[in-house]
Ligand binder design. Sequence first.
Ligand code: C5P
Length: 235
Amino acid sequence: VPTVAPKDRLYVALDVPTLDAARPYLEALSGEVGGFKVGLELFIAEGHAAVEAVRETGADCFLDLKLHDIPATVARAAARAAALGVRHLTVHSACGAEALSEAAKAVQGSGTSLLAVTVLTSLGAGDLQALGLRESVVQQVGRRASIAMDAGIPGLVCSAAECSMLRRDHPEAVLVVPGIRPAGTAVGDQKRVATPQEALRAGADHLVVGRPIRDAADPAAAARAIVEEIAAAVS
Ligand code: C5P
């Protein structure tokens, strides 16, 4: 089993409005972390240039567009993202089995690996009830994870609270966990949060960290502290 360097388990969310705002983070962090996540904000503003800027640093680019549409549209969009050379692309599990399996086929043979978002980490039990979903968060995550894995999607985005269940039920899945809050940092709009250590001990492969690094006085120091916590948790 190849060992993953602790820093390669950390993906930093570039949740900023422009490439100019992203560049200081790319410069300060590219040697410190495994990859950068380009999400809706930066991709809508800068498009391919944002992906290119990440790829130029040599770090992985994780394109987090959470595709959620009809099967043909999701598959065709996934193929375009794969052509950009991103390492990971997210699709939303809520678009259903057919869209998920069409997306999986569309990226076959490319260097892009799909991740299915199970239930957003900003949603809690009350939010699912309001959406008319009667199952608990954990049950919904488990249900959607099985649909995604059956559809041929190799990775899952979940909160730390569901990691041990998913690790047990899908030992081969790549588990990517946002909603990470090192002790003492602000929770913001996230509901299902955990520390880096909690997430890794529960079976996470990669952590996604946004605001705790973006808003730190010294983002590189904040990233290094998280990498140290990762190293301690996996050793
Ligand atoms: O700032 P914070 O660390 O909360 O950022 C988390 C990042 O992970 C955001 O970019 C958000 O879009 C993303 N994300 C999430 N929950 C998911 C999937 C992605 O918070 N289920």
